[in-house]
Write a protein of this length. Sequence first.
Length: 278
Amino acid sequence: MKESGKPGLKNWLFLLFYFLLVVYALVYEPNNLIVTHESFDFLGGTNDTPNPVRIAFISDIHIGLQRNGWLDAVVDRVNGQEPDIVLIGGDVIESDASELERLAPLARLNATYGTFAVVGNHDYGLWGCGATNTTADKVVAKLESLGIDVLRNEHRIIGGNSGFALIGVDDEWSCYDDYRAAAAGVPDAMPKVILAHNQDSVAQDAASGPGLILAGHTHCGLVRVPFITQAVLGPGFGSVLGGRARLDDDTEAYVTCGITGGGIRFLTSPEISVIDIK
Ligand SMILES: [Fe+2]
């Protein structure tokens, strides 16, 4: 006897499941900005800074993709964490300098030691070696006009000589990254917080002394499928796609999923990363 062409209950349930999965990944999770908490113990307890030092770390703003009011809400949530220092991991724009005016809410970021940033590949307006500085220079000028200290292969000492070095590395995909120049003059034994858009641009060089690398760029792979996401995207985007990783005896890395909304995300919620170091 010929079977009816109507789908059975089981098929309807499968369809419903996949529909909900798609709604979750395209609508809910990309817009579900969460606050995550991590702590790292490497400062040694002899510094002049608070114990712990609270870092609010945001990355991958991609302001051209965001709706009006979104960044204001992000800034309110960052300030609500009462950070000692705010770090921005690059890719503040999506594609060109016409987006810069929309970064104005960043001027309200409030932290004891201030706000620091590095630039990412999108801030150069072109992906890959050979990008000129034109767009990135405008991004840097805008961020600095908002009171943000942009570190392009340079460092600052936070909390005096018994504090820690904050080292900012320029963008790797644009071939402007130079960790050694950024860290020049920082004593090996001094604890280091290394801010880079792409974690891989410093992983090889950061082995001297206690340190923590903070990076973004990967959006945690956007769709997290165990083993597969890392295998497919890792070679192009980063040896660490998201979360914590120990690189050697005294160096760890944390790669944030970034805060950008829109697009697709599955098990990679956009995040404000609150990181306590002591
Ligand atoms: Fe990026």
